[in-house]
Design a protein around this ligand. Structure first.
Ligand code: SF4
Length: 332
């Protein structure tokens, strides 16, 4: 389990069972009381090069905003849930766009309130809704600290309507395997070539572990999805992604191959990433390419259309060859 250097906490967390549990769990870790998890002055003032060290802390608070955002990919709503941020440091992490260098792991202890809102919305709706509960963090990682996933699944499984989904780059799924989830949860495991995991996705699980996790989840009856994401067009990308797809086709179980779906997402990047990464990880590879990328507003970059299109054609061809029966939900 993650052992933080220090815990920054709002004192209201002690009014919640999970807050008390976490404070006991980390009894021997230094604590700093804070007013508001969104504004920790000490953290805001740190230099970019401190980014990986900042991630060694844990912030615990009460989530105050509970706004659901409509979504049209693999869910109907993106839902703020029990955490934001992460202890890992993928160099492209989308959370850095939202939280800048404060993309450290924050846990929110008012989980009863958050799950209740999901359940009410699900029950009120005429159609069956899917809620994406992991768009702000990695719940498999978070679960190793809070045990929130078994709690969530146990409390959601008998709800009349609705479905939960979340993505992950971690393989610590054993906790949720024995649960009676009643097929109400889809876990989407994100994969990348091992070389890219090593060079870019610092602190996440290895490819082998992620593939094993997919097989185990399927065996336990979960619906599973596979994200090839983000596709990063490094020099030898064709070779790497072909190897990845071949390896998936060899190592995924027949059960997974029968009905798992895919999502494919090309990397987007930003000026903020460039600044933080060059100071925090000076020896890492540079993910920004002036030749291959173009702006897409507010300091964000994406691969140029023709380059992305070439990538898409290549990936569709390989997927057609190795996974002819599996649906690609989208490529963006
Ligand atoms: S695992 Fe996910 S949330 Fe964590 S740093 Fe990587 S992309 Fe961000």
């Amino acid at each position: 389990m993650f052992k933080p250097k220090a815990i920054y906490y709002e004192k209201e967390i002690l009014e919640y069972p999970l807050g008390k549990q976490l404070m006991e769990q980390y009894e021997d870790v230094p604590k700093v009381e804070i007013e508001n998890h969104n504004n920790i002055e000490e953290m805001r003032k740190k230099e970019n090069k401190e980014f990986p060290y900042m991630k060694q802390n844990l912030i615990i608070g009460v989530r105050k905003t509970h706004k659901f955002v409509e979504n049209h990919k693999t869910s109907d709503y993106l839902v703020p849930y029990t955490s934001s941020g992460c202890t890992a440091s993928c160099m492209y992490c989308y959370l850095v766009c939202n939280y800048n260098k404060c993309a450290y792991l924050r846990l929110f202890v008012n989980r009863e309130q958050m799950l209740e809102k999901i359940i009410k919305t699900a029950n009120k709706s005429e159609k069956e809704l899917t809620f994406e509960i992991g768009s702000n963090s990695d719940l498999i990682l978070e679960n190793t600290i809070t045990g929130n996933l078994p709690w969530t699944i146990e409390n959601f499984k008998n709800v009349e309507k609705g479905h939960l989904t979340f993505p992950t780059k971690f393989d610590m799924v054993d906790d949720i395997l024995p649960l009676d989830h009643k097929e109400k949860v889809t876990v989407r495991v994100s994969v990348n070539p091992e070389e890219i995991i090593n060079k870019v996705e610092f602190g996440t699980s290895r490819l082998r572990g992620r593939i094993e996790a997919i097989n185990k989840l399927k065996e336990a009856g979960y619906k599973v999805g596979i994200l090839i994401a983000p596709v990063i067009l490094v020099e030898n990308w064709k070779e790497l992604y072909l190897e990845l797809i071949q390896r998936l086709s060899q190592e995924l179980s027949e059960k997974v191959k029968k009905d798992a779906f895919f999502e494919i997402i090309f990397m987007t990047y930003s000026f903020v990433h460039t600044k933080i990464n060059e100071e925090a990880f000076p020896n890492a590879i540079n993910l920004y390419s002036k030749e291959m990328m173009t702006g897409r507003g507010r300091g964000k970059y994406m691969y140029k259309n023709d380059i992305r299109k070439d990538g898409e054609i290549f990936l569709r061809e390989q997927m057609q060859k190795y996974f002819p029966n599996n649906k690609i939900e989208y490529i963006v």
